[in-house]
Design a binder for this molecule. Structure first.
Ligand code: HEM
Length: 250
């Protein structure tokens, strides 16, 4: 057995652990988006029940969330590093290899952006929200900056929810679908990657409030104003990128 062989060696173990860490992360992302955030909103802004829940339950859920995100990212990059010849001829052999490479690159770019959102936006701001909740539970004064921190984290989390459908599709599809697409050329593969990156970057910048701020009055933030809007946006993104892949990679 060759240790770096794609089908028998270390990469198989890395893939198994990567998938486990990945479902833990994305499972919690879906819990936050479709269960916790709408439930906590129903408590009302300054309610004690909300503060206790954030301090006890969200604190624990966020621990698993951020560490599983980091683990998924590291294991994903390790798959690339530990698989023999993974990057050799990347995007240069026409047919199924190009389609596979284009799909995994888009999946990875979305996944890496999502992991950056977790580390640099969601966790950074949730620390402020949790500290505020702990202060309130102890009978202290509310931090006036907490609502803005919560809003920044919410927008990034809903953007991750939006990215997740397409990210998973291309991540899993790279090995299990696109390898069979024989019509892809390097040129068309790069066009597919470029269009995906431009759409993804526009959404990401919007979630960061770069097009008119983070206030709810900014109409461009429609995709983030409810988890249903985020689900619709994520679904549309997935359909658009899927059709694009059929057009350019098949
Ligand atoms: C965070 C950034 C991520 C990176 C850099 C990454 C990287 C990779 C790589 C390189 C592969 C191997 C693809 C191939 O050539 O066949 C892969 C496969 C896979 N990844 Fe990720 N990934 C990331 C996030 C995720 C997430 C969040 C999930 C969620 C569950 C996930 C689930 C999977 C699955 C199911 C496979 C297919 C495994 C197989 O069928 O062999 N990945 N990933």
């Amino acid at each position: 057995m060759e240790i770096f062989d794609q089908d028998t060696g270390l990469p198989v173990l890395l893939r198994a652990l990567h998938v486990l860490a990945g479902i833990t992360w994305i499972g919690l992302l879906y819990y936050f988006n479709v269960v916790q955030t709408p439930s906590f909103a129903a408590y009302g802004d300054e309610g004690r029940a909300r503060s206790v829940s954030i301090n006890v339950l969200a604190r624990r859920a966020l621990w698993w969330f951020r560490w599983s995100a980091l683990t998924t990212l590291i294991l994903g990059l390790l798959i690339v590093g530990a698989t023999k010849d993974y990057m050799k001829d990347f995007m240069s052999v026409d047919g199924g290899d190009i389609a596979h490479d284009a799909a995994i690159l888009v999946g990875m770019l979305f996944g890496i952006t999502m992991a950056a959102n977790v580390g640099m936006i969601i966790w950074k701001n949730q620390k402020i929200v949790i500290a505020n909740a702990a202060t309130l539970v102890a009978g202290g004064e509310a931090n006036p900056g907490a609502p803005a921190a919560g809003r920044a984290a919410l927008l990034a989390s809903r953007q991750n929810f939006i990215f997740s459908f397409s990210m998973l599709w291309f991540m899993v599809g790279a090995a299990h679908l696109y390898g069979g697409y024989n019509g892809a050329s390097a040129g068309k593969g790069w066009v597919f990657i470029l269009i995906s990156v431009v759409i993804g970057a526009a959404l990401q910048l919007n979630a960061l409030g770069k097009f008119g701020g983070r206030a709810a009055t900014n109409k461009l933030l429609w995709p983030y104003e409810s988890h249903k809007n985020a689900m619709i946006t994520g679904g549309v993104l997935w359909v658009v990128l899927y059709l694009l892949s059929e057009l350019l990679l098949k």
